[in-house]
Design a protein around this ligand. Structure first.
Ligand code: NDP
Length: 794
């Protein structure tokens, strides 16, 4: 092509990035790559290998070990052995290693970028300018957290050996999101990359070697889903951090339900990209390109649902189509392309099938006129209009370059459409009216909100989902909590005596006639009879009947959840108002302190003086959370762009709280009050052995201006009722303080709807010991963080 004709057509020529270094790296490691266990390069015990292909050409790049159970075991044992030394090194020592890793990644950044593009098919422009710089930033940022651990998180310690399972869409970036915080907090790691994209993880292991990281601190094993499952089931792994499909996330949650393994799950999404009529449409078009064609749309938070205000919909579609016509697809190592290849034929087939379904469902398909290259896994950018909100393509994660568009008329309708999904990972809002944007941001249920921007990520900001997009955060201080546990947890004791009493009580159900108290439920601010019409005896610790309470069933829970939803305005009450209500509650409890002390004495057969201590501790605890109601502040992350990132602490919504049997008043107050202080509404199941302390509270709640429905109380069999709460799709979070078996059931049932749970596995805290009930810990479990990126500054 002559220079003159280039000026005539303004066509791009090829701009290939050299793959020489990456190919040499691969050649030097032929015939088979090895995995990195205990600081050594080892062949798999399985003697089996998987093939890693270049998605742009379908040609083989390398043979990668397919690890089996024995390999996983070796890696976990190595990590376990390395743990104590890594912890003893202290924050500063670990910071130095993380810093050294960050430096080495920067020094080898081009090799990482090219190898990543070869293996994954994503444009080198992205790996070079986005993925790898963010990887380095993650290690730098977490070197800082390692340094600051003893100052910022003094009450916490490492979890132990952490198993990390990552997907293929951002192989190195996901590795850094997982490994950097884990190492910073003193954990050791076994990480498995996805079978399609193992190469850069092995290059990373070489970096660990180069910086002299102690043997066993980082172990990289390669393999497939079965290898991942071996990690999930390994008894020495204390935490699983997973990013991938919601389907596998559910499998992992069920598999770990009866263990005390901590898990964090970053799952799928169907994120809305909301455009109001006053938005700058040219910026919107570039935003759309970034939202859905970045990384071929294989992005968990891709803005895959375009929601446009009706008045500008056709105009915007036209602009988008014209931009799509100009997008360039091709070899990932061509620096001038916008879209690379889909990771593998199986993923390409999934995309093709879902697009076909969209056409069959009657949506209007549009693709550019140009042809995709035929020698690799390419799929053209695709726009669907005339899409029904309930259709498959509007609901399912396509994980490809496919945008589905729908229109709305009013902001309320936009919010309804945006939330019409089982996911809640991210959203972006486009409008020149900042008031409108900040009005909409709290209403959309998603962990990250971008205003007039999209796909912004940084190590200083937490990232993670609401609803079926999973739980846990990665990045920022919120991400660190995923890799630590409270030191005092080791002091919690197994529950026994109370359980025996509960069993005795249920054995004598409807037995004795002498009763002096019959309590109903408390639902929507009113006393309600049990739906089933059954009552059960309440016994004191000597087995004497001291009253009766209703026996709740599924329908009672359903009514209570409805009442809790109807009271959701509580979340919008100002924190000051919520504090006032709580102070008033404490005041009214104080006025009836003698009565409550007597009730505790009769339930627990103990002195009134001792019981009075529980009442006084309960009053003080209400004061603590009244104080925190307007002091558990959100904060602003210092992300390095033209943004401020508001890390807003939001209530979970409707929470089920299954209270401990011990300390029947203090346990109830300590669990329920932090939840409502943060704006949640609650369905509480009180102590099974001494429920009258909760049912006595009805009048106190009424006289304290606690709005009807904010606290609902259902008595009955704790484990049965908690299972109903765990299964209930409209319960957003569930705390369970009870037995190990009950905890397991809750975890297992909640896997289906990805409900946030917090269970104690039968180990009891001392509710009187302030260290066991650190308010910050309870408040963190009662909230979730939404990071809102707002344009700011120059
Ligand atoms: P998966 O969820 O299957 O894979 C994610 C990781 O989990 C991989 O390392 C995988 O191993 C591993 N894995 C698979 N099965 C198990 C198991 N039973 N126990 C433990 N680990 C397991 O995602 P896919 O790669 O199959 O992609 C399927 C769909 O998932 C995509 O179409 C997309 O919709 C979604 N997805 C979402 C991502 C996100 O970021 N949220 C990322 C990737 C996919 P291996 O790959 O070696 O089989």
């Amino acid at each position: 092509m002559s220079v003159a004709s280039i000026f005539e057509t303004m066509e791009y020529g090829p701009a290939p990035e050299s793959k020489e270094m990456a190919e040499k790296w691969l050649k030097d490691r032929k015939p088979n790559l090895k995995q990195f266990i205990n600081g050594k390069w080892v062949a798999p015990k399985s003697k089996k290998y998987m093939v890693s292909n270049n998605p742009c050409s379908q040609k083989k790049l390398a043979s990668v070990p397919l690890s089996n159970k024995a390999d996983v075991n070796d890696a976990v044992n190595a990590a376990d052995k390395a743990l104590s030394g890594w912890v003893k090194l202290g924050g500063h020592g670990r910071a130095r290693y993380l810093y050294a890793i960050a430096r080495q990644i920067q020094k080898h950044s081009r090799l990482f970028a090219v190898l990543e593009s070869l293996d994954n098919g994503k444009p080198v422009r992205e790996t070079r300018d986005i993925d790898i710089p963010l990887v380095a930033r993650h290690f730098y940022h977490h070197a800082g957290w390692a340094q600051l651990q003893s100052e910022k998180l003094p009450e916490y310690k490492e979890i132990g050996v952490v198993g990390q399972i990552i997907p293929w869409n951002f192989p190195m970036l996901m590795l850094s999101w997982k490994i950097a915080p884990a190492l910073a907090m003193g954990n050791t790691v076994v990480l498995k990359p996805a079978e399609f994209t193992s190469l850069t993880a092995l290059l990373f292991a070489e970096i660990c070697e180069q910086v002299g990281l102690p043997d066993g601190v980082v172990n990289i094993i390669t393999g497939d889903g079965a290898t991942g499952a071996e990690m999930v089931n390994h008894p020495k792994i204390g935490k699983i951090a997973f990013t991938g499909s919601t389907e596998v996330g559910k499998i992992i949650r069920r598999a770990t339900a009866d263990t005390e393994k901590k898990i964090s799950l970053e799952l799928g999404g169907k994120s809305p990209f909301v455009v109001f009529e006053d938005a700058d449409l040219d910026s919107v078009v570039e935003g759309v390109v970034d939202a859905i064609w970045f990384n071929q749309g294989q992005v968990c938070c891709a803005g895959s649902r375009l929601l446009v205000q009706e008045s500008i919909a056709e105009k915007l579609y036209k602009k988008i189509r014209s931009r799509m016509e100009k997008l360039r697809i091709g070899n990932a190592l061509d620096k001038g392309i916008d879209i690379g290849a889909i990771v593998a034929p199986v993923q390409l087939k999934t995309i093709e099938d879902l697009v076909q379904k969209g056409v069959e469902e009657g949506a209007e398909l549009w693709q550019p006129s140009w042809e995709c290259p035929s020698d690799g896994c390419f799929y053209p950018p695709t726009l669907f209009t005339n899409v029904a909100p309930a259709s498959l393509i509007a609901q399912e994660e396509i994980f490809g370059p496919v945008l589905v568009a729908m229109s709305f008329r009013t902001p309320e309708e936009a919010v309804m459409l945006a939330n019409n999904t089982r996911y809640g990972l991210a959203a972006s809002i486009w409008t020149e009216n900042i008031n409108l944007a900040l009005d909409i941001a709290p209403k959309i249920k998603a962990g990250t909100m971008w205003i007039n921007c999209t796909n912004m990520f940084d190590a200083a900001s937490g990232f993670g989902g609401y609803r079926e997009s999973g739980f846990g955060r990665e990045g920022g201080i919120e991400g660190l909590y995923e890799y630590v546990k409270l030191k005092v947890e080791e002091e919690f004791k197994p529950e026994q005596k109370q359980k025996e009493v509960a069993e005795k009580a249920s054995a004598q159900k409807n037995g004795l006639p002498t009763i002096d108290k019959t309590a109903k439920f408390y639902v929507g601010g009113k006393q309600q009879r049990p739906d089933g019409g059954y009552m059960q005896n309440v016994l004191d610790t000597k087995g004497n009947v001291i009253g009766q309470v209703g026996e709740g069933n599924r329908k009672d829970i359903r009514n209570a959840v409805e009442a809790a939803h109807a009271a959701s305005k509580w979340a919008n009450a100002t924190a000051h108002n919520r504090a006032q209500v709580l102070y008033y509650l404490a005041e009214n409890l104080e006025a009836r302190a003698d009565e409550f002390a007597e009730r505790i004495s009769s339930a627990l057969n103990q002195s009134t003086r001792k019981s009075m201590q529980e009442v006084e501790a309960s009053i003080e605890r209400i004061f603590i959370y009244a104080a925190f109601a307007d002091k558990y502040d959100s904060h602003v992350h210092a992300t390095p762009y033209r943004n401020v990132t508001l890390a807003m602490k939001e209530p979970l919504g409707v929470m089920g709280i299954v209270c401990p049997n011990e300390a029947p008043l203090l346990g109830f107050i300590s669990a329920v009050i932090p939840a409502i202080a943060m704006g949640n509404t609650v369905v509480a199941i009180p102590s099974e052995t001494a429920p009258l302390l909760a049912t006595d509270l009805y009048q106190v709640l009424e006289t304290s201006d606690v709005p009807g429905g904010v606290i609902n109380i259902i008595t009955g069999n704790k484990d049965e009722l908690s299972k109903v709460l765990a299964n209930h799709d409209d319960v957003d979070g569930l705390w369970y303080f009870g037995s190990k078996e009950g905890s397991t059931k809750v975890q297992f049932a909640a896997a289906e709807n990805m409900k946030r749970t917090w269970v104690n596995f039968g180990r009891n805290r001392d509710w009187f010991n302030p260290k066991h009930v650190t308010p910050e810990y309870f408040l963190r479990h009662a909230t979730q963080i939404k990071n809102i990126w707002v344009p700011y500054g120059e």
